[in-house]
Design a protein around this ligand. Sequence first.
Ligand code: ADP
Ligand code: MG
Length: 319
Amino acid sequence: MGEFELIRQYFAAAACARAGGDVVLGIGDDCALLAVPPGEQLAISTDSLTVGVHFPDRCDPYLLGQRALAVSTSDLAGMGATPIGFTLALTLPSVDPDWLAEFTRGLETMAAGCAMRLIGGDTTRGPLSMTLTVFGRLPAGAALLRSGARPGDLLCVGGALGDAAGALPIVLGERPADSAQASALLRRYWSPQPQLALGQALRGRATAALDISDGLLADCAHIAGASGVALQIEQARLPFSDALLAVAGAERALQHALAGGDDYLLAFTLPSAELPSLLDEGWPVHVIGRVSAGDGVQLLDSNGSAVTVSHRGFNHFKT
Ligand code: ADP
Ligand code: MG
């Protein structure tokens, strides 16, 4: 099977590759064409996933397709953007029809859940890797930036932390996968659900936001740095799932939440006056701390004393 036959059979034929919505022209020409409504801006983000770094060799291609699109689309959630579509630059060691069919099915599942369309890409031969670029749209000036947090704001997250990091030893085969709790954690690792609706609900309400990909402490440090403020996290307020507590125990659950990464939940700062309406509307908003003048991220124990943390999150090039 040649490159063009492969594109036609798997990607152009995928349910998520049909034009429509803001996609005027999809796969098949030199460029895709997107319609951006007047008064709106494009939000664009790229993520690369490489075998052995971001996912293990011989992992389930259906789950990999889901996860690749979820982690990329999560950046749109972090900006409060409405999804439009994505491109897929795929490097494959060989053409394996079963692998391609399952990978595409995983993409289709996540694309349907996120209202995303596959609009183009590139297909080359080499060690397995993929780069997804996602496109979304926003009313001009409404994006949730990292730089708007103000002293006095609340610091919040969109759900229970650390599940994906808790799943990693199971993904790598170092721990058994045969309990209901292990399955729950594995779902959070392989098919995280980008918090797109929450991100859109936070437009005009949150002062700063991002999606947590490298661990709570590392990502909160990005908000603190960009906003020129300090963030205090109260350890006792961190939300954990029962599954994580059962599988990892309380101490390791805390480590996973603080430094584990891969949660793909939103972290955001909020004037306290905005909290009641968000809770009334049923959004998953967990207050975990607050913003103050200063710099950096401090973790506080139940007495309000600073806790020292040794490992603060994932960084590819750190020595
Ligand atoms: P060009 O040579 O003009 O860059 P290609 O031959 O690489 O175009 O691709 C032909 C069409 O197929 C383009 O519309 C491109 O976006 C699309 N395409 C190529 N690879 C993929 C892929 N992996 N997923 C989705 N669309 C793809
Ligand atoms: Mg090309």
